[in-house]
Unconditional design. Structure first.
Length: 259
């Protein structure tokens, strides 16, 4: 597992002022930080820099390629690094953006308090109590540290099943020997989405969106094939469980193993 002190963060925001105070805060916290000011550059740096986490502005000042589009594109390429969205609006102001962010595979979001405080000052408004509580960089760093622990886990679920999300490998213990099981790209996308939040259910619609699966019938087919490859008895699954009325969930691992 990557130490948070050596993790590389890609900061994507079209506002140079935001980058000017967020990047130093991230570097002071011990992270390596690279920047992008637009969606095209962000996609290029995801491929070139291989960041461990993406801090991504939702709006980006470009209707043709905003932060939601960037997240969707990297998820469709099978890249599962954590994504924390930045937004100048809170959930109550523009809930559709936040909801869509999670549907497309975002892991968290944070309101840009510093920008809101600047706008209040520009408009001659007194600072709100909420915005004055603490800086958004403090909260952002805390959220990054909470997520970065899950960037590179090799998870051992028991003495039968191991999953490495980085190498995209699933191994089963047969007769005392660990053997890799072949999964298609879509099967692994479905599996990874569930393993990332092992123990918690994911709704069918969200799972289809995250794994780029077209339709509920197709999702059920992928679930069936995964069970046939993973489970000792696919008809009575132990790992990939149906969460009735919601979707599916994966069994929690017994440990996350250090590299």
């Amino acid at each position: 597992m990557i130490s948070d002190k050596h993790a590389k963060i890609l900061l994507v925001d079209d506002n140079a002022r935001v980058r000017s105070f967020v990047r130093p805060a991230l570097e002071d916290a011990g992270f390596d930080c690279v920047e992008a000011e637009d969606g095209i550059t962000a996609l290029e740096k995801v491929d070139k820099e291989h960041p461990d986490l993406l801090v991504l502005d939702i709006m980006l000042g470009d209707d043709s390629l905003n932060g939601l589009d960037v997240c969707k594109k990297i998820r469709r390429k099978g890249i599962r690094i954590p994504v924390i969205f930045l937004t100048i609006k809170d959930r109550t102001e523009d809930s559709r953006y936040i909801e869509r962010a999670f549907q497309l595979g975002g892991d968290d979001y944070i309101t840009k308090r510093e920008e809101l405080k600047r706008l209040e000052k520009t408009m001659g408004l007194p600072p709100t109590e909420f915005l004055g509580q603490k800086s958004d960089t403090e909260e952002l760093i805390a959220r990054i540290k909470a997520r970065i622990k899950f960037v590179e886990p090799e998870q051992e679920f028991d003495d039968y099943l191991r999953i490495d999300l980085v190498k995209q490998q699933l191994s089963i213990n047969r007769g005392g020997q660990w053997q890799e099981v072949h999964l298609t790209a879509t099967e692994f996308n479905v599996l990874e989405a569930l393993v990332r939040v092992a123990g918690r259910p994911i709704g069918k619609a969200q799972l289809m969106d995250m794994a780029d699966v077209d339709g509920e019938a197709s999702l059920q087919n992928h679930i069936w094939r995964l069970r046939s490859k993973i489970e000792l008895i696919p008809e009575t699954p132990k790992y990939l469980l149906t969460y009735h009325g919601v979707g599916y969930r994966f069994k929690e691992p017994i440990q996350s193993m250090e590299k």
